[in-house]
Design a binder for this molecule. Structure first.
Ligand code: NDP
Length: 489
């Protein structure tokens, strides 16, 4: 990608320039990495018009045609994997090994939905009237507005666009204003793969303008969003106008529960991965460690020691394990939560500061931070920090562990670690969350549904459930007996 060129919107197959540009910042050193054009309501209107036109063909196109294009997109993502990963690392800050994983998952997502779309779907019913045959088919919804966050720029675009396009819908897609660069590159790949003009439209611009215009647009049939819970509320309000369908993947404050019978070294290893991977900027992060009292002190000593060894560095640096946070504003939010936790009396056992020495001077780096002895009413336990900050709570009995785990308005994810499989299953079944793991944390698969309970969202992405979200259900009833109904004389 040529970062000296200003990234353009893509509407109706044309690359569009606007009268406004936005600087795109590299969070590792606060330098201007590139620029993109910023759109507004007019560009959303135009994109909707082009999408509606494209839907006339794409919505009735053959599944093998659509699958072939999705497979081509997957191939091209893989062919350009190094470039795409470097773009996300430079723009988001995450280590290159993380970005390479995201690129691979993005290709897998397009391939999965390309493969799913011609598999059996629908249902046939036996109804009381023997002359009637009833069945259900799934049809594309139409124009989908899709709004993505900044923590997994390419992968979130893939999770949204792959099932949407596979099901025969058309899209008006908005990446985060902070991290649009890999989306611009993805739309170049769409063009190269032969995706017809107008099927997917890229509209950059501020969430308060472009995002708001998408959620409130009366000719957009569905809005799909990943981001913060407060923004999710605004999306719901906008969607009310034309009662459009909504799928929301929002925040979390997910529990990672560890019992004393689980291997301590392995438990520490998973707990670190649960919170600190991707700088903790993960909706499903295990941001609350719920630890059994019998291993509490020993476990925390080792956890703090290991966290202190995490290699925080520019994401492009060899061996980088944690990069900078995505933006100055977000770093300041995270640092303010660290202050709040200290004031509320949580015990800081690791980290707690911005890193500013030497090469870190201008970047948005924050140390991996752990607070022990957290109490249920502390803000650090209840609010999503979305950064490398772990809150640790102590439990004695299994019942207490479950009670602490569920004491949140969120319900996105959760993990339990125990060698007693009956206990692990009892606990995980009692955790009110949509994505859960036993003796693991974070593995995510294109095949399995992703989404939350409670204030973590509505609907599911990925898997067959994720495809269903992009379809309308139609019942078709066929009268096998010719003749009149005879209801009126
Ligand atoms: P937002 O929820 O604001 O951003 C997510 C997306 O929504 C972006 O594309 C953003 O655009 C867009 N957006 C913002 N405002 C509106 C609006 N009024 N209508 C429609 N779309 C809008 O996330 P923030 O960056 O503000 O982060 C805030 C918090 O949200 C984080 O600290 C974290 O707790 C949570 N979050 C959760 C994520 C998840 O994966 N569940 C991902 C990101 C954040 P733009 O970038 O242009 O503002």
């Amino acid at each position: 990608m040529d970062f000296s060129k200003t990234g353009r919107l893509c509407i109706g197959g044309k690359w569009v320039e606007t009268d406004k540009t936005k600087d795109i910042i590299n969070p590792a050193d606060a330098s201007v990495l590139s620029k993109v054009y910023a759109g507004n309501e007019t560009h959303v209107d135009l994109a909707v018009k082009e999408a509606k036109e494209a839907f006339k063909q794409w919505g009735v196109s053959s599944v093998s045609y659509r699958a072939a294009i999705l497979f081509k997109i997957a191939d091209l993502i893989e062919k350009n994997s190094r470039e795409l990963a470097e773009i996300d690392t430079l723009n988001n800050g995450k280590p290159l090994r993380d970005s390479l994983g995201d690129v691979s998952d993005s290709a897998a997502c397009f391939r999965y939905y390309g493969g799913l779309i011609d598999k059996p779907s629908g249902q046939v019913y036996s109804v009381p009237d023997p002359n009637m045959q009833s069945f259900v088919v799934r049809e594309p919804i139409g124009v989908c507005g899709q709004i993505a966050p900044w923590n997994y720029p390419l992968m979130m675009a893939a999770w949204k666009l792959a099932p949407c396009l596979a099901a025969g819908n058309v899209s008006v897609f908005k990446p985060s204003d902070l991290t649009p660069l890999s989306s611009v590159r993805l739309f170049e790949i769409f063009e190269e793969a032969g995706l017809p003009a107008g099927v997917a439209n890229l509209v950059m611009g501020p969430g308060s303008v472009v995002g708001q215009a998408i959620s409130g647009h009366t000719e957009i049939d569905k809005v799909v969003f990943t981001g913060g819970t407060d923004t999710g509320r605004k999306i719901m309000t906008g969607a009310v106008k034309n009662i459009k369908g909504i799928s929301l993947e929002l925040g979390g404050k997910s529990p990672c529960i560890i019992f004393d019978d689980y291997d301590l070294e392995a438990g520490v290893d998973w707990a670190l991965f649960a919170i600190f991977c991707n700088q903790g900027e993960v909706c499903s992060a295990g941001s609350r460690l719920i630890l059994q009292d019998t291993i509490y002190d020993k476990f925390l000593d080792r956890l703090a020691q290991r966290a202190g060894q995490i290699k925080v560095a520019n994401g492009l640096e060899e061996g980088a394990e944690m990069g900078p946070l995505v933006s100055k504003a977000h770093m300041e939010t995270v640092l303010s939560y660290i202050d709040i936790a200290k004031k509320e009396g949580a015990r800081l056992i690791c980290g707690g500061k911005r890193i500013t020495e030497g090469k870190f001077a201008n970047g948005y780096f924050v140390e991996p931070t752990i607070f022990a002895d957290c109490k249920p009413d502390m803000r650090i336990v209840n609010e999503e920090v979305f950064g490398p900050v772990l809150a640790v709570q102590k439990f004695h009995t299994q019942e207490e562990a479950v009670e602490l785990a569920n004491a949140t308005v969120y319900g996105l994810a959760g993990g339990v670690f125990s060698n007693d499989i009956s206990r692990a299953l009892q606990v995980i079944k009692a955790v009110k969350a949509g994505i859960t793991w036993v003796n693991a944390y974070h593995p995510t698969f294109a095949q399995a549904p992703w989404g939350g309970y409670k204030q973590s969202g509505i609907g599911r992405e990925l898997g067959t459930f994720g495809l269903d979200e992009y379809t309308e259900i139609k019942q078709i009833n066929i009268n096998l007996a010719a003749g009149k109904v005879g209801w009126f004389a």
